[in-house]
Design a protein around this ligand. Structure first.
Ligand code: NOJ
Length: 585
């Protein structure tokens, strides 16, 4: 394992300069991003785990869909405790996924098709197997302060119950602190024990990260998706959060997220890596961010990020004050009003990202649509229409273009995700009935999004010649890419058309957004306006027919019908999950 400070041997077959692609100012505003979770995309060598050559072999699927960018979830060297979000070497590729030469070949294959590549940047934490952390374990080392080491709570013996330095809970259950026998102190890990948090207060940490990012840009990548980037600045005192009765550890977001130096660090990073100067795409994952914060962070005048992933809309179907496992009914008015608030908040300054799902969320069609055989295709199409009709950069998660659904695991032994496995152990040990916990997992587990991409109806859905690391969803015989590409009425072709419209219609990129019928329980209606042009989108987001109240949406008689889910019909009465996009002017 080597550190980024040392120069690394080049394994590339062609020069890095040859892998660069042009990036025009603001290019990411009219772009559509496709997320690849490499473990589950395509396996080229039969070991059951997706890999980089597998992606390279499928780039024409992405080119046919018409996407502009691939965001690649982590492929770096990693013990895979959190499927690659625990990185042991930022400058090498994990052998599970291939080699640096394979990545270079992927960049070339994408760039040759005009598709850019955005890498995941996971720098709130490293793996505990990273050389930096190995060194930091020695209290006398120069890297001790690169992580958050703290002694036991005053009056407690280190390693005993209650001795953790603060009462913070980890995102993955239990305490956010791990006792290290070797040095007699605890280290902070907001995620798993194997993901120690880096101390961004230390300027050497920041410089090492920026140097590493620069090397990736020089290698030919076009931007970064920044993992939980708003956690890099914490309240530096590291103090207890207000206690909650019945809980040993509490979710202490006010202490560890959106800290006082967040924007300073982002500005420093932007300047040091030339993020804006080099027209790189930057999207920060920011759980718990508010509209006000996102507006500042994405204000181009501040030189921070292009856009952020916010979480409010994926928290609306949970119980107030509960965790993601406490499931509640989704209210359509709340969902559309929430998105509209973000549209308004970032209308003049800043930019939105638009997503329904990703590798951490359940499948969109199962969560916001209706994944029954009768409505799956139309609800997936209509959700895509609504998403892509908002102002911002849309993100498509692998398989979303096929209308892939949640999986159906019935036993805890089927789950692989560390968050799900730890939650099951903790919740059942606290007395929750296993059936109840399994019920939450079935709806919310991250493994729902991580089952292999369904390429065709052959064995293992064409994902692997071996045994897949996570079982293929049995519905692959019907839901698969070969069938979707062959069917002009599929979700794939609907999405392809939406992407084409974004590339050709400035009103879809820049147009002013307005939500209509905000309280309607079934209909999601909106307009986008630019100059004389008005885009009118009317969607029935329910499995029942819906009537559009007279006079509530602009008259579209004589307007051009750009896209619809159903043949014929009118805008006044909509079939279940019917949606229509008209252009006036
Ligand atoms: C957010 C990532 O999307 C998720 O998959 C990961 O577990 C955590 N950050 C920790 O890196």
């Amino acid at each position: 394992m080597s550190s980024p400070e040392q120069s690394r041997p080049q394994q590339a077959t062609t020069s890095a300069a040859g892998r660069q692609i042009e990036r025009a100012p603001g290019w990411w505003k009219s772009a559509v991003v496709y997320q690849i979770y490499p473990r589950s995309f395509a396996d080229s060598n039969g070991d059951g785990v997706g890999d980089i050559p597998g992606i390279t072999a499928r780039v024409d699927h992405l080119a046919d869909l018409g996407v502009d960018v691939v965001w690649l979830s982590p492929v770096y060297a990693s013990p895979q405790d959190d499927n690659g979000y625990d990185i042991s070497d930022y400058e090498d590729i994990d052998p599970t996924f291939g080699s640096l030469a394979d990545l270079d070949a992927l960049i070339e294959a994408l760039h040759a098709r005009g598709i850019k590549l955005v890498m995941d940047l996971v720098v709130n934490h490293t793996s505990d197997e990273h050389a930096w952390f190995a060194e930091s374990r020695d209290p006398a080392s120069a890297k001790r302060d690169w992580y958050w080491w703290r002694p036991a709570r005053k009056g407690f013996t280190a390693g005993t119950e209650g001795a953790e330095p603060t009462n913070w809970a980890s995102f993955f259950s239990g305490s956010a602190w791990q006792f290290d026998e070797q040095s007699g102190e605890y280290y902070l890990h907001l995620f798993s024990r194997k993901q120690p948090d880096l101390n961004w207060e230390n300027p050497e940490v920041r410089q090492a990260v920026y140097a590493m990012m620069n090397r990736w840009v020089e290698r030919g990548v076009d931007g970064f998706r920044m993992d939980v980037i708003n956690l890099i600045s914490k309240q530096p005192e590291l103090r207890d959060a207000p206690a909650e009765s019945g809980r040993a550890f509490v979710f202490a977001a006010d202490e560890f997220a959106n800290g006082p130096r967040l924007e300073e660090f982002l500005q420093e990073m932007n300047a040091a890596v030339g993020l804006d100067a080099r027209q790189l795409l930057t999207v920060g994952e920011m759980p718990g961010s508010t509209i006000e914060l996102a507006r500042r962070v994405t204000d181009p005048a501040n030189g921070e990020l292009n856009m952020v992933f916010t979480f409010e809309h994926v928290g609306l179907d949970t119980q107030p004050g509960g965790s993601k496992w406490d499931i509640a009914e989704l209210s359509l008015p709340r969902l559309k009003q929430n998105l509209a608030a973000w549209q308004e908040g970032l209308a003049d300054v800043g930019w939105n990202s638009l997503y329904w799902d990703n590798h951490d969320q359940p499948r969109a069609v199962s969560r916001f649509g209706d994944d029954s055989p009768r409505h799956r295709v139309n609800s997936a199409k209509t959700l895509a229409t609504v998403q892509h009709a908002h102002r911002g950069t849309p993100y498509v998660y692998q398989g979303e273009e096929l209308g892939m659904t949640n999986t159906q695991f019935v036993d805890i032994s089927a789950y692989r995700d560390i968050e799900s496995v730890n939650y099951y152990a903790e919740a059942t040990s606290l007395g929750l009935a296993p059936e109840q916990v399994l019920g939450s997992l079935a709806v919310r587990s991250r493994d729902n999004a991580r089952t292999p991409v369904q390429w065709d109806d052959s064995s293992q859905a064409g994902f692997t010649q071996g045994i897949p690391w996570l079982p293929v969803n049995p519905n692959y015989v019907v839901v698969n890419a070969a069938a979707a590409v062959a069917d002009p009425g599929s979700t794939f072709h609907h999405l392809r058309r939406l992407i084409e419209l974004r590339h050709t219609l400035p009103v879809l990129v820049e147009g002013r957004f307005q939500l209509l019928l905000p309280d309607h329980e079934q209909i999601w209606a909106l307009t986008r306006t630019l100059g004389d042009q008005v885009l009118v989108v009317v969607a029935n987001c329910s499995s029942r027919p819906a009537v559009v109240p007279a006079g509530t949406v602009p008259d579209v008689r004589g307007a051009q019908l750009l896209l619809s889910t159903h043949e014929g019909g009118t805008t006044a009465e909509l079939a279940p999950w019917e949606s229509r996009v008209h252009l006036i002017g």
